[in-house]
Every structure is written in C-alpha cells, then in structure tokens.
Design a protein around this ligand. Structure first.
Ligand code: SAH
Ligand code: SF4
Length: 390
C-alpha cells in the first residue's frame, strides 16, 4: 500500500507540530523545519543540515515542499512582476508583486475564478472553478519571496533579506468564500517562524460576506478592505450580486463589529470608478452620508480604483478629472482618500485584469500540455517549481 505524500506547505504551525509528533519528533523540530521552508526557501530535505539525518531521510520518503508551478513570469516596465501559476486541471491563477519605495507588496489569489460575479470583474466573468488549497495560497508567497531573492542574487538561506513586506489578499477569488485555507495561510504569514508579518501589513479584501467577516474577526483579524463600489443598495445590487443577500446596512454594521478586533482602527473601502455609473458628485455625497452619519457611520478610508476595462464588461473607466473631483468631495468631508495608481498595465497585472491570460483557455491548455511534457521528461523535478518559457 502506498501512502500519499504530504505537501508541508499545506500545514499550519500547529499541524506541522502534530505531523512531526507522528514521526516521533519533538515540537522544536517542527519550528526548525518551518524556518527552513518558509524563511530560507528550502524544499530539499537534504539541505536542512541541523535536522538529524534520520529525520531528513524520513521526510524524504513521506513529504515534499511544492508551490504551484510557474507557467509564466513577466516584469512590467514599472517593476511590477506577475506570475501565472498552475493550480491543476487547466486552472491557473495570478500572483502580482508591486515594489514601492519602502515596501514590497504581494497580491495573492485565493480561488480559481469567483462565484460572486461582480459586473466589473473579469475573474467573476470566468465563473467559479475551485478553491485553492493552503499550499497553493501560501505557496504563492513562498514562490514569490524566493524568486525575488533569486533575481536579486540573494543566496538561499538564513541571511536572505525579506523582499515581501506586505500582503494583500486581492488577487483572483473571494477569500472569505474559501475561509479555512485562507485563514490557515494567514496564520502562516503572521507566524514568527514563517513570515512574521504584522497583522497591519496583511490585508484581506472582501466583497462583503458578512458572517465570514465576523468569523475572521474571531479567528485571524488582519487589516480589512471592503469592496464597496456603490453608495446605495440599488446601485450595489446591480454591481455586486452578493449585496442582495448582505445589503449595505448589514455590511456597515459588520465593518463596525470587525473594527473592535482589527489591527487598524479603520476599514479601507475600495471603490472602482465606473464612468457614468457610480462616479457623480451626487454619488460621492451619498457615500459621505453613508459612512459619516446614522447607524451606518464607520471609521474608514477610501481607495478609489480607476476601472480596468475588459471587452465584455460594457463599462468604461471614469476620466481622471472626474475621479479627482469625486475624491475631493470625500476629502472635504474629512475622509482620507487615495486614488490608486494603475500599475503593471503593460503586463495586464492591474486590478481586475488578473484573469487576462487565464481567459485565453487555449493558451493555458497549451502551456499545461508543455508542463506535463516537461514533468514527464524531468520526473525528479515534479512538485518543484518549474519554469516554462513562452
Ligand atoms: N474578491 C475580493 C478580492 C479580490 S478583487 C473583493 O472583491 O474584494 C480585488 C479588488 O479589485 C476589489 O476591490 C475588486 O472590486 C477590484 N476589481 C475587480 N475588477 C476590477 C476592475 N476591472 N477594475 C478595477 N478594480 C477591479
Ligand atoms: Fe469575485 Fe472580487 Fe471579482 Fe467580485 S471583484 S467577482 S468578489 S474576485
């Protein structure tokens, strides 16, 4: 009888301790192992020199460390880097790194496709394919961190300088509809023996799955971004179908409850600027009333996102002067407001375009075929990162 191999990227800190326990090892071994994997980027047990040879041999026969395989890797002229990674059965998701002066932010996907089907989102237009596993979610951070180090010529090992300082769960998919794996991955991001990121530097973005926002506040309160995109329920119903289930009143109340546990004292509202749809002065004033008065008042900042058009959407990006005028109304009301820079446009890495290449199923299939051939040829590399050009 053969036992399935365990991908150690699938295990959170407690599960790794339990796993080591099953192998007859003490908890501190799990910590060492976790550091090798998540801090030093090791996937080969023979490199883990401070583990007993007997343990390394045991691990080699029962476990492996594998992030999703890289299908493509592009860097934009502004430094934004985008990877398309294979998550099996013809599905691929994207991971995007955005370098800034004092930080490096990684945007991670949590699902292949998305069931929420927002009108302005190309991921939604793909429909829902499947939930990513813990290993596929944390594996994006693992892969990106060590690929970035490799590009900079930073040696693998303990002294490597951290490249990713912030994580946003804002890639493909609705993280709160893939709750358990997302939370496990978040816990690894925060763990001192893994990535050691502070809760304030990890942001989860949701379209507003109210009960799961409460659950997140109890299980792993990280910084929260909420995709608002509308100033009233009629408008939001038409843009985000989930609003019919969890309307603005309930959403705002959930934001307020979340803030009692959150690492920051405000919620970031994302607002996608759609020409003639949600971008008038009247909408801005309605938003001010929503977040500043009555039961729906909540401590917040606004992040205005210029819409990234895609052909089937039938929607257009608001013009820059309109976005600025809209921002001014919010700012005049005392709300901190930023207009998101569009980055990585030349490689389709901007928000909501993350599915760009995935939409082209034939090319994905072609790449998958290439990958299968590659893996058959280099069997020993199966389960490790493989790069396929073209
Ligand atoms: N599902 C989650 C997180 C992923 S989407 C959510 O909806 O919050 C990340 C952000 O990109 C969301 O604010 C989303 O509304 C926005 N977005 C999606 N499509 C977009 C597009 N075409 N242009 C600009 N922003 C978009
Ligand atoms: Fe899903 Fe977010 Fe896209 Fe809406 S915006 S379809 S919730 S990924």
């Amino acid at each position: 009888m053969t036992t399935a191999l365990t991908n150690l990227l699938d295990l959170d800190p407690a599960q790794l301790v339990a796993y080591c326990g099953e192998l007859g090892e003490k908890p501190f071994r799990a910590k060492q192992l976790q550091r090798w994997i998540h801090q030093f980027g090791a996937s080969d047990f023979s490199e883990m020199t401070d583990l007993a040879k007997s343990l390394r041999d045991k691990l080699a026969t029962r476990a492996f460390v594998a992030a999703p395989a890289i299908i493509s890797d592009h860097t934009s002229t502004d430094g934004t880097r985008k990877w398309l990674v294979d998550v099996g059965q013809g599905n691929a998701v994207e991971t995007v790194f955005i370098p800034e002066e004092n930080r490096g932010t990684l945007c991670i996907s949590t699902q292949a496709g998305c069931a929420v089907n927002c009108r302005f989102c190309s991921t939604g237009k793909q429909g829902f394919n499947r939930n990513l596993t813990v290993g596929e979610i944390i594996g994006q951070l693992w892969m990106a961190e060590f690929e970035l180090r490799k590009t900079k010529g930073i040696e693998p090992g303990p002294k490597g300088e951290r490249q990713i300082t912030n994580v946003v769960m804002m890639g493909m998919g609705e993280p709160l509809l893939n709750f358990e794996p997302t939370v496990t991955a978040l816990k690894l991001m925060l763990d001192d023996n893994a990535y050691g990121l502070s809760r304030r530097r990890v942001t989860l973005s949701t379209s507003g799955v109210v009960p799961m926002m409460d659950k997140l506040s109890q299980e792993c309160p990280v910084a929260l971004a909420v995709s608002l995109h509308a100033s009233n329920d009629v408008l939001r119903d038409g843009l985000i179908p989930l609003n019919k289930k969890y309307p603005l009143r309930e959403l705002m109340a959930a934001c307020k409850r979340y803030l009692e546990f959150a690492p920051r004292d405000f919620v970031t509202f994302e607002y996608c600027m759609l020409d003639g749809v949600n971008d008038t002065d009247a909408h801005a004033r309605e938003l001010v009333a929503l977040v500043k008065t009555g039961d729906t008042a909540v401590s917040c900042k606004f992040n205005l996102i210029p819409f990234n058009p895609f052909p089937e959407s039938g929607l257009k990006r608001s013009h820059n002067p309109r976005i600025k005028a809209f921002a001014q109304i919010l700012m005049d009301a005392g709300i901190v407001t930023t207009i998101r820079k569009t980055r990585g446009d030349d490689i389709d890495a901007a928000c909501g375009q993350l599915a760009g290449e995935v939409k082209d199923r034939t090319r994905v299939q072609e790449r998958m075929q290439k990958m299968t051939e590659y893996q058959q040829k280099f069997g020993k590399d199966f389960g490790r990162i493989v790069e396929i050009s073209g």
